[in-house]
Design a binder for this molecule. Sequence first.
Ligand code: MG
Length: 278
Amino acid sequence: MVEIKTPEQIARMRAAGLVVAEIHRACAAAAVPGATTKDLDEIAAQVLADHGAKPNFLGYGGFPATICTSVNEVVVHGIPDRVTVLKSGDIISIDAGAIVDGWHGDAALTVLVGEGHPPEVAELSRVTEESLWAGIAAMRRGNRLVDISRAIEGHIRRQPLPPSGRYGIIESYGGHGIGSEMHMDPHLLNYVDRRRGRGPKLVPGMCLAIEPMVSLGTAKTHVLADEWTVKTNDGTWSAHWEHSVALTEEGPLVLTAPDGGRERLARLGVTAAPDPLA
Ligand code: MG
């Protein structure tokens, strides 16, 4: 049910992950006031072409673009276009993927566009990113899937509340297994649902895309008439951070982080696995 990868297969997923990291670097640098979301999509397509990698979002269930660009109250799955012009004070989640030799990478980051963000918006992105790393740090042998969910939720719940009075951990979307396909078993909730049990044991060879999505209000979302764009029901802004992570015999390797997660995991007392391509 859960695909277990060999070290050689994880090395190929690392190659895909590094292409995703390069897309993020290029798109984040271009996410400035005046840019359109289509500009970012074209940059992503060029990075894929430059690396001989294939897109995994384009055509997925009919998705019409290379990346998802989700601005402000859009949570995920925003479609890049030429009419959405970024302005100072916006936030944008850039969700990107790549296929190399048949193996997938998938990651997202939230960029604060320009300046002038209210403190709670910057804090929302910071808390969401930190919750991702808390989840990654829980991806270790002997733990269960639910331990990752608990680490993500626990980190968010320990934060001081924003002026809105709550953080909404988005309920209808979550992380997933990844490997020979982009979306595989198991589904990973970003909170603990006791009705679901503890989930599978985490063993070397498992690869997960971990992706908390958090709003400044509700946990509830709806899909627009374009059948893709997901917005919060109350219009509050949301942040989204994601990495693809492999559990190896030597610990977690963050496939879509340039340094394999070494620096961020060290801050949490976790040693990242050595990079098989370094
Ligand atoms: Mg994903």
